[in-house]
Design a protein around this ligand. Structure first.
Ligand code: NAD
Length: 359
C-alpha cells in the first residue's frame, strides 16, 4: 500500500515526540511492504512565527491531499498574548472543521505494567480498555441561540443543545463500527429523562443499532455513567455520547489510566483522519528529551487501524509498547522505583527495537 501522511509536529514537545512516531510508522512500512510518504508542514506557533498564521493554506492543502494527518501538539507561552484569531490553538479548530472531523475517538487503556500509576485501586482499573466516541462538531458547543443578553434585572447566558437525526446517526455509525473491531458492546450515554435532544439521540442510536445485530447496545444516563466509570470501569467497551458529555467523560476515563503521556486519539468523519496524542505541547518539559512519546506512537497505531484498516500492523505497535513497558523502560512521567528511567528518544528506540524483533 502507498499512502501520503501529513506530519504536523507543531510546538514544544511535538518536535520531540512526533519523530519517534514517524520512526514507528516507517518501521511498519519496512516490515509489511507499505510505502508511507511522510510530508512535514507547519502548524501552530511555529507557523505563526514563519507565516503569521497558525494554519497556513499550504498546510491545509497538504492535509487535504494526504490520506491521514499526524499531529504533535500546538501552543505555548510565547504565543499566549497574541490576538485570538492567530493563536496556535485556533489551528486545531480550523483543521478539524476543514476536514469534517465530527467524531473524536479516545481510547482509555491501562497497560498492565502501569497499573500502579493510576489513582484508583488495582482491582478497579486492571485490564480496562474503553473507547470514548465523542461527537465533536454539534451539540451545546455549537447550538444557537447562544450569548449573554441584558434583562430587566441583570443578564442571562444562553446556550442551546441541538442535535439533528443525521448528526446522531453518523456518530452512532462510527461507534458501532468501532465496536465491531473491539468487544462488540456500545453504551450510549445521554440524559433522555430530562432533555428532548437526548430523547432523539436515544431513538436514533437504537435505530442505527438495528443494522448491527452483532453489537450489544445499552443506554446510560450521564450522571450514572460518571459514577460507573470510577466504580466499575471494566463494564465498558465503547461509550458513544454528545459533545459536552464526551468532553467530560473522556477526561474522566483518561485519568483512570495514569499518565496523559500514554493516551492517543483519533478524529475522524471526513475522508481524512487526524491522529494526535491527547496532551498538549508541554512547554514545561519541552527540549529536555524527557517527554513520553508513547501517546504519539500509539496514535500511529490508531491511524493504521482506522484509516488504513491494517489491524495486524496496529497490533504490532501495541505489542511493542507493552513489551517495552514490561522490560521496565519508563519516561519520567511514569517512572517508579525499580524501573529504568529513559528519555524520549530512547523510549522511541526501544519501542522500535521491539517492533523489529517481534516474530
Ligand atoms: P499539556 O498537556 O501540554 O501539559 C500538562 C502536563 O502534562 C504538564 O505538566 C506536562 O509536562 C505533562 N505532559 C504532557 N504531555 C506529556 C508527555 N508526553 N510526557 C510527559 N509529560 C507530559 O497541557 P497544558 O500545560 O495545559 O498546555 C500547554 C500548551 O499546550 C498550551 O499552549 C495549550 O493551549 C496547548 N494544548 C494543545 C493541545 C493540542 O495541541 N491538541 C491540547 C492541549 C493543550
Amino acid at each position: 500500500m502507498n499512502a501520503t501522511i501529513a506530519v504536523l509536529a507543531g510546538d514544544g514537545i511535538g518536535q520531540e515526540i512526533v519523530p519517534e512516531a514517524v520512526k514507528a510508522l516507517q518501521a511498519i512500512g519496512e516490515r509489511f511492504g507499505h510505502r508511507f510518504e511522510c510530508r512535514n508542514a507547519l502548524m501552530g506557533g511555529c507557523a505563526v512565527d514563519a507565516t503569521s498564521v497558525p494554519l497556513p493554506p499550504e498546510t491545509l492543502s497538504l492535509a487535504k491531499q494526504s490520506q491521514a494527518v499526524l499531529l504533535g501538539a500546538v501552543g505555548g507561552p510565547k504565543w499566549e498574548g497574541i490576538e485570538y484569531a492567530k493563536r496556535p490553538e485556533r489551528a486545531l479548530l480550523g483543521i478539524r472543521e476543514a476536514l469534517g472531523l465530527y467524531a473524536n475517538l479516545r481510547p482509555a487503556k491501562l497497560y498492565g505494567p502501569l497499573v500502579d500509576a493510576s489513582t484508583l485501586k488495582r482491582e478497579v482499573v486492571e485490564d480496562i480498555d474503553i473507547l470514548v466516541v465523542r461527537e465533536l462538531t454539534g451539540g451545546i458547543y455549537f447550538g444557537k441561540p447562544r450569548g449573554i443578553e441584558k434583562t430587566a434585572t441583570g443578564e442571562r447566558g444562553i446556550n442551546t443543545e441541538v442535535y439533528t437525526t443525521e448528526e446522531i446517526r453518523r456518530i452512532a455509525i462510527v461507534a458501532f463500527d468501532a465496536a465491531r473491531k473491539r468487544r462488540r458492546r456500545v453504551t450510549s450515554v445521554d440524559k433522555a429523562n430530562v432533555l428532548e435532544s437526548s430523547e432523539l439521540w436515544r431513538r436514533v442510536v437504537i435505530e442505527v443499532g438495528k443494522s448491527y445485530p452483532d453489537v450489544e447496545l445499552s443506554h446510560m444516563y450521564v450522571d450514572n455513567c460518571a459514577m460507573q466509570l470510577v466504580r466499575y470501569p471494566k463494564q465498558f467497551d465503547v461509550i458513544v455520547t454528545t459533545n459536552m458529555f464526551g468532553d467530560i467523560l473522556s477526561d474522566e476515563a483518561a485519568m483512570l489510566t495514569g499518565s496523559i503521556g500514554m493516551l492517543p486519539s483519533a478524529s475522524i468523519g471526513g475522508t481524512i483522519g487526524l491522529y494526535e496524542p491527547i496532551h498538549g505541547s508541554a512547554p514545561d518539559i519541552a527540549g529536555k528529551n524527557i517527554a513520553n512519546p508513547i501517546a504519539t506512537i500509539a496514535s500511529v497505531g490508531m491511524m493504521l487501524s482506522y484509516t488504513f484498516n491494517l489491524q495486524m500492523e496496529a497490533q504490532l505497535i501495541e505489542q511493542a509498547i507493552v513489551k517495552t513497558l514490561d522490560q521496565g523502560a519508563r519516561t519520567k512521567d511514569i517512572f517508579s522505583s525499580g524501573t529504568k528511567l529513559v528519555g524520549t528518544k530512547e523510549m522511541g528506540d526501544l519501542v522500535l527495537a521491539n517492533m523489529m524483533k517481534s516474530p
